[in-house]
Design a protein around this ligand. Structure first.
Ligand code: HEC
Ligand code: HEC
Ligand code: HEC
Ligand code: HEC
Length: 199
């Protein structure tokens, strides 16, 4: 039902001239993009890019030609078992942020090189109750509140229950600050980390 509503919302936005929402909202970034740069009304998602599963109707223009092979995060203490090459919504982000997207506005520090995913917070892995139990210092995503009205699983993970770039970033007008995060963030403020980590 939610998926259906999302598709209707996107279809409505695109049919009504695409940028209707952009004109009334202030974006911290991506301000020069329309909804259609990330969402597509036709031939979305898997039609062109098998890794870009799911609603809401990804535009695969920037991922259909593939992504570089990323070196993935690993550590001795990591409990996640299925970290993979970026999938789901993370592919959408990296389709532009992998350096292949031509834009003079893209800051160089916002480009992820093939080795880089080893140096950022792990993404594209299942975050479920059993991971929380194995780890011991993670909140259970099925029962812990996200702070946005539902659980971590409902509000922050994708439909395969995976943690993705979009778990922390909200690239819509609701994202906060220069980095379009879901929470206020500074080095001294661990609020966003403690939504999931309880140490
Ligand atoms: C269609 C291409 C495109 C897609 C898709 C895209 N971005 Fe961007 N992003 C850009 C460009 C270009 C900029 C530079 C600022 C601008 O032009 O708005 C940017 C800027 C940013 C910035 C600000 C960087 C800074 O240092 O100021 C963040 C954070 C960001 N993107 C995160 C994401 C995330 C997370 C996703 C996926 C949910 C994503 N982007 C998807 C093209 C894209
Ligand atoms: C830079 C890429 C980007 C742009 C531009 C963008 N979206 Fe999204 N959109 C996403 C991502 C990633 C998700 C999934 C994660 C989330 O919900 O934030 C999403 C989710 C959605 C959803 C379903 C999830 C929900 O309940 O919020 C709708 C509806 C939507 N977008 C509509 C729009 C509309 C309308 C616009 C234009 C005003 C737009 N999007 C612009 C990347 C983008
Ligand atoms: C665990 C939360 C989290 C995840 C997951 C995450 N980010 Fe971020 N991201 C942040 C925070 C916090 C910042 C700002 C502070 C910093 O740079 O450490 C940031 C900064 C950024 C910036 C700006 C970098 C700069 O210096 O200009 C970009 C671009 C970005 N993220 C894109 C992404 C993309 C693409 C993904 C997925 C591949 C992703 N992020 C995954 C939390 C996250
Ligand atoms: C949406 C939930 C979520 C948020 C928000 C989040 N994390 Fe995580 N983080 C996780 C999960 C799940 C793991 C995987 C833990 C594991 O597999 O052992 C993880 C892994 C990590 C790891 C690697 C742990 C290891 O054993 O190698 C570090 C470090 C980390 N997070 C730090 C942070 C910091 C710092 C922040 C805030 C900027 C943050 N996280 C925000 C869910 C989150």
């Amino acid at each position: 039902m939610q998926a259906k509503l999302s598709m209707i919302a996107i279809a409505a936005a695109l049919c009504l001239g695409g940028n209707a929402f952009l004109n009334t909202t202030v974006y911290a970034a991506h301000s020069d993009f329309g909804c259609g740069d990330c969402h597509a009304p036709h031939r979305a998602g898997q039609a062109n890019d098998a890794g870009a599963y799911g609603v809401p109707l990804w535009n695969t223009a920037n991922t259909a030609d593939g992504l570089p092979a990323f070196q993935l995060y690993s550590s001795r203490t990591l409990d996640a078992r299925d970290i993979s090459q970026p999938d789901g919504p993370s592919r959408l982000c990296l389709g532009c942020h992998d350096g292949s997207y031509e834009s003079s506005k893209m800051p160089s520090q916002a480009i992820f090189e093939p080795g880089d995913l080893a140096k950022i917070h792990p993404i594209s892995f299942t975050y479920d109750s059993s991971l929380a139990a194995r780890d011991g210092t993670l909140n259970d995503p099925l029962t812990s509140a996200s702070g946005f009205g539902g659980t971590i699983d409902q509000d922050l993970l994708d439909e395969k229950h995976k943690l993705q770039c979009s778990s922390c970033h909200d690239v819509h007008s609701t994202g906060i600050g220069k980095y379009q995060l879901r929470w206020q963030y500074s080095d001294s403020d661990a609020v966003m980390c403690s939504v999931c980590h309880n140490k």
